[in-house]
Design a protein around this ligand. Structure first.
Ligand SMILES: Cc1cc2nc3c(=O)[nH]c(=O)nc-3n(C[C@H](O)[C@H](O)[C@H](O)COP(=O)(O)O)c2cc1C
Length: 304
């Protein structure tokens, strides 16, 4: 019987709901489910300062301390990693997982599926994670990003409402419901069925293609553009804040500056840039965008 390790972290439980549904059709296999817990839990709902204060160390991929992790077996036929991006980087609990020697050893020569529960920007984080998986000798066979499909600015506002109040509700009855939609969460089992069939028969080859055929995974060109521009800027801010924030007071001032910069960039600069890009450049770049999108959807996957 095939052995599957499902390991991940979720702060609000959203990603666990997705993973549970993916796992439902895999119940006939031997499952080991591990939830990662930071030694010091993040408070939820977030305090606004704390939320933005997590940026520098997250982007610089500095590990945190985790509760002890135990695995039932010393070899698996498949490892499913569930994670979420924070500030365009893997969340700290996931970065830290790759510091756990026993886990890194399990990855060697093992097929891996990543399941992401994001707002809508997961590309840069997946690049970071891919490096870690490859370094450990793992082989990515599929990547399943679940996102909020609403317009970027609306989803940014609604997720801030969720994160800062703890309510996954429609703010003022006007904004969309934040996070991954109930429908996408419920339909996640479709991926589980495809994974079950593929693992039994073909050792995961062609899995990403089969998953993409469901038509539930897509990347919007504007998100590709924003992420490409934003990650290098996040690195600069992260280094700057770590360097200049030598006392709590100084750090708080720099975090505050970064927060206002981010709000300005997201709500003022990016709509202007995207308007120019959509009207002038997107039609000219049609084929390049199409190729880039395909590359991102199959990023790091060996069989395509
Ligand atoms: C501090 C923080 C930063 C985040 N940054 C991003 C991001 O860069 N891109 C993104 O798509 N979502 C981002 N999100 C949303 C998360 O990826 C995730 O969808 C949400 O926190 C719910 O995940 P959960 O299952 O851990 O509760 C962020 C969330 C938090 C708390």
């Amino acid at each position: 019987m095939k052995r599957i390790l499902l390991i991940g972290y979720s702060q609000t439980g959203q990603l666990y709901q997705i993973l549970d549904n993916i796992l439902a059709p895999l119940q006939e296999m031997t499952l080991d489910q591990v939830k990662i817990e930071p030694k010091e839990a993040y408070s939820f709902p977030w305090d606004s300062h704390d939320f933005f204060d997590k940026m520098p160390e997250t982007v610089l991929e500095r590990p945190i301390e985790l509760q002890d992790i135990e695995f039932k077996y010393n070899k698996y036929d498949l490892i499913i990693i569930g994670y979420q991006p924070w500030f365009l980087s893997p969340s700290p609990p996931i970065t830290s997982l790759f510091e756990v020697e026993a886990f890194v050893k399990l990855l060697e020569n093992t097929p891996v599926i990543t399941v992401i529960g994001a707002r809508n920007m997961w590309i840069s984080a997946q690049k970071c994670l891919l490096l870690k998986i490859e370094k450990a000798g793992g082989r990515l066979i599929a990547n399943l990003p679940f996102i909020d499909r609403h317009q970027n600015l609306l989803s940014a506002l609604s997720i801030l409402h969720w994160m800062l109040t703890g309510n996954k509700t429609r703010k003022w009855g006007l904004l969309p419901k934040p996070g991954v939609s109930d429908e996408d969460i419920q339909q996640a089992g479709q991926f589980g069925e495809i994974i079950a069939a593929s693992i039994q028969k073909e050792q995961g080859s062609g899995l990403q293609e089969a998953c993409l055929k469901l038509g539930r995974i897509d990347i919007h060109p504007s998100i590709m553009l924003i992420e490409k521009r934003a990650k290098p800027l996040f690195y600069k801010w992260a280094h700057l804040i770590v360097k200049k924030g030598s006392t709590d007071k100084k750090r708080a001032r720099w975090i505050s500056l970064y927060k206002y910069y981010l709000i300005f960039a997201l709500f003022i600069i990016s709509p202007i840039v995207l308007l120019i890009y959509t009207v002038l450049f997107r039609p000219l770049l049609f084929w390049k965008i199409k190729t880039d999108k395909q590359q991102l959807l199959y990023m790091g996957i060996g069989d395509k």
